[in-house]
Design a protein around this ligand. Structure first.
Ligand SMILES: [Zn+2]
Length: 260
């Protein structure tokens, strides 16, 4: 989400909106035309775009969503796909929000009602000094819950998706179903996760970003079911964590990440 926030920041901040369409039932009638965008920040997977009239647009990409940027006046900037949920344009750039998972406009002072329940943002600059202790407290409180499920729980630590759950667990040889309070070095796990995510954000450029980006050939285990482990050659397996309908895939090497 840090990448998406940066993209929106570059395209929209400091300029008034000439065009603003929110194609979302609860936002019908919300008029943002003429408002200047003050900035966009991410918190976990949530995006908060603030305007100069003390309102905030809150969006969330979930699995499929993306924000892309097009030059105002081009056909891409019109957002004609039926899946487009938001179009925000100034004289130069237009941001098009496709398949967004959440969208609300709230008074800026009420932003905490959207994100107040979340754990510390793992990508926040202050995470190592301020967020880590609180995240560890929340993680340990989940006791017998499988560690993969705890990493995905945004109320424990915000910002981790399925890729960045699978990859650090592989690197540290942790079985995804290890009870959270039995992980030997949970601080090391969170900091490894953060390190991988920071590197991924830094290495990706370009205007289009999606909710589950980072899916690539260089992954160790994510989306590699049936293919040989890069360390031991054993076929990677795909399991599931969380109960339906919230289940999520988790990829792991049954040999490198055997139950302890
Ligand atoms: Zn292996």
């Amino acid at each position: 989400m840090r990448r998406t926030a940066r993209t929106l920041e570059q395209a929209l901040t400091g300029r008034p909106l000439l065009h603003a369409e929110l194609r979302w039932p609860s936002a019908v009638g919300v008029d943002l035309v003429g408002r200047t965008v003050l900035g966009t920040r991410s918190y976990g997977k949530h995006l908060l775009t603030r305007f100069d009239d003390d309102r905030t647009l809150h969006t969330h990409l979930r699995m499929e969503g993306s924000w892309s940027i097009a030059r105002t006046g081009t056909s891409a900037a019109r957002g004609r796909s039926p899946y487009v949920r938001a179009v925000l344009g100034n004289t130069v750039w237009t941001a098009v929000g496709d398949r967004l998972g959440m969208l609300d406009v709230v008074p800026t002072r009420d932003e905490h009602t959207l994100i107040g329940h979340l754990g510390p943002d793992i990508l926040d600059d202050a995470f190592p000094t301020d967020g880590l202790a609180e995240a560890l407290r929340r993680l340990k409180a989940r006791a017998a819950v499988p560690i993969a499920e705890v990493l995905l729980d945004q109320t424990v630590v915000a910002g981790i998706g399925t890729i960045w759950t699978a990859e650090p667990l592989f690197l540290l040889r942790i079985w995804p179903w290890t009870p959270a309070d039995q992980v030997a070095d949970p601080a090391g796990l969170l900091m490894t996760t953060r390190g991988l995510m920071v590197r991924a954000v830094a290495s990706t450029t370009g205007p289009t970003v999606t909710g589950e980006s980072g899916r690539g050939l260089s992954n160790y285990v994510h989306s590699r079911a049936g293919r040989p482990c890069r360390r031991c050659g054993t076929p990677i397996e795909r399991g599931e964590v969380r109960d339906a309908p919230m289940q999520r895939p988790i990829f792991f090497c049954p040999r490198c990440q055997a139950p302890g």
